[in-house]
Design a protein around this ligand. Structure first.
Ligand SMILES: Nc1ncnc2c1ncn2[C@@H]1O[C@H](COP(=O)(O)OP(=O)(O)OP(=O)(O)O)[C@@H](O)[C@H]1O
Length: 265
């Protein structure tokens, strides 16, 4: 199923955050990195697509309208992982995953639900967390569990808000590898908000870069990130270099200090 975003706009009161965002059709199998400076509207956009934030315009997955319809009414097609870590409750990690799987896929029998839970624990490599209480997990461990909760329903659209922000380098690579594999093998689509441009360059098939003032750029990673757009979006001087494996890397040299970036005000 493809994702259609057309004329999307959203405001908080009189303050406009996004205006008229229209993307080329996002094809099944795409992993889209959602980039841009603090406060530009990445989380708001993800919430709008998830149906959790009022917006104008169209967000549609295949034939289903998403905007205005919260994820729990979208028949397990959409999973949204917020920036906030899952709450530190006394449930075991395994129980929380089983509850997430049951909520997402009420039609599955018990043995199918437990098979789903065990598969995702194994795929993410977090079997060691299964029998730990959520309120005894570290921040990074809770983030991994949140991602497992999002993936256990095998959604067609993953909306992930900074899913690697609390993770060390090993887990950052594993998590993005797992998301990329789901996109590739199951023809799912993922929109992943991220501040690590090099991680995005490495894993994403497309990037959407939001800049202050409503400008945006969408396309293949190497086309979207150049020195001019990095300056415009992040108010930095930066270079794109290539490593010994030929992979593009962003090297941020200095912030532009003459004027405060408008999004920080
Ligand atoms: N509930 C709200 N009410 C009013 N304004 C809000 C609300 N949520 C967010 N905003 C404002 O909307 C703008 C966009 O916020 P959003 O959280 O979408 O940005 P972001 O790009 O995800 O930022 P970050 O990278 O810091 O997480 C910010 O200026 C923020 O202050």
């Amino acid at each position: 199923m493809s994702l259609l975003i057309e004329g999307l706009g959203l405001s908080y009161g009189a303050r406009s955050i996004l205006q008229d965002l229209t993307l080329p059709v996002v094809e099944a199998g795409s992993l889209v990195g959602l980039l841009g400076p603090n406060g530009v509207g990445k989380s708001s956009l993800l919430r709008a697509i998830a149906g959790l934030q009022a917006c104008r315009g169209v967000a549609q997955l295949g034939p289903s309208t998403l905007s205005g319809v919260p994820p729990w009414r979208q028949q397990a097609q959409v999973a949204y992982l917020p920036q906030q870590l899952p709450q530190a409750v006394s449930l075991l990690a395994y129980e929380s995953l089983l509850a997430a799987a049951r909520a997402r896929c009420p039609q599955l029998a018990s043995h199918e639900l437990t098979a789903r839970v065990e598969a995702i624990l194994q795929r993410l490599g977090i079997e060691h967390l299964a029998l730990l209480r959520m309120d005894r997990l570290s921040g990074g461990q809770r983030q991994l569990l949140g991602l497992a909760q999002a993936l256990v329903g095998e959604p067609q659209l993953l909306l992930l808000d900074e899913p690697t922000s609390a993770l060390d380098l090993h887990w950052q690579l594993r998590v993005l590898d797992c998301v990329a594999e789901r996109c590739r093998n199951e023809q799912a689509i993922a929109l992943v908000a991220c501040h690590d441009l090099n991680l995005a360059l490495r894993f994403c098939t497309h990037l959407l870069l939001l800049a202050p003032g409503g400008a945006y750029r969408f396309g293949a990673p190497a086309e979207v990130l150049d020195a001019a757009w990095l300056r415009r979006a992040y108010a930095i001087e930066a270079r794109i270099e290539h490593c010994s494996l030929g992979q593009p890397l962003v090297l941020a040299d200095s912030p532009l200090l003459k004027e405060a970036p408008p999004h920080a005000q």
